[in-house]
Write a protein that binds this ligand. Sequence first.
Ligand code: C5P
Length: 314
Amino acid sequence: MGVTVRVPAKINLSLRVGPARADGFHELATVFHAVSLCDEVTAADAPPEVDAELPLLTLGGVYADGLEPDDSNLATRAAMALAEAAGVPPRVRLHVRKSIPVAAGLAGGSADAAGVLIACNELWGLGWPVDRLRMLAAQLGSDVPFAVLGGTAAGTGRGERLRPVPVEGRWHWVLAIVDDELSTPRVYGRLDEMRAGGQAHEGEPVSEPLEPDDRLLRALAAGSVEEVAGLLRNDLQAAAVDLCPSVAATLQAGLDSGALAGLVSGSGPTCFFLARDAGHAADVADSLETSGRCASTAVVTGPEAVHIEVERSR
Ligand code: C5P
């Protein structure tokens, strides 16, 4: 038997960041939005001769280079965590085909972990409901619970407390992928430093406790593209640009290309741009590519669901 799960990348349409907590994480209020750039996770029965104590992991796809298929990989850790919690041996052959860039602010690693949880839940016949998978997902990383869920959701806590939100229609985005990586802890750390030094004022949270932006949620529910364009916000953007200054030119190139709005995705360095429709998105992507201010572009839509395919004969 084999199970294939296509797990989308995410962008944060709004990301408000509070002060660092005692556990080192920051309190967030965010709106997660899954887009149609997906990693594919396949889980299949391991051959009988294979050691059942460790999942077998192989990696492929355009962004597999430089990743280690060992037990430091979040995909392996997800299989181990699920097996332990369910009291079964972690007996599985995993393959991850990476189409989501790594350390890019798109939660690619979290998507892989979520895909493994969903696929192994099927393969091992555990029958865990999604909510139970999400609770385990939170132990693997702040973005993993949303990756299990897909679609669009308001997130609080460190990002693990989720509420799915209604979104009208399909939304058209252009991702500008840059030839650089940013470490998430480094970006949060830089934001703390900038705030302590009196920089990044506009990134200060406006109220406690932090709540996802209600106006943005209403505009998404109404399908109001122009309104959403004015409400995109990312408190990590100033820190990401500070650590990776070329991102400022990428953002400007997207706006010069006619995008309605542009923002750094999560902790960066990928930027995303809002377009009116599919044709407009294709134009923005063309113009961005010509500008030379990014390595590549991806025209995507959202909200995207997680897709599961079970092949019994495998
Ligand atoms: O949860 P995750 O493993 O993705 O987090 C990676 C790092 O990002 C954390 O160790 C922390 O430094 C930072 N982070 C944070 N606040 C959050 C999420 C992540 O400070 N809400």
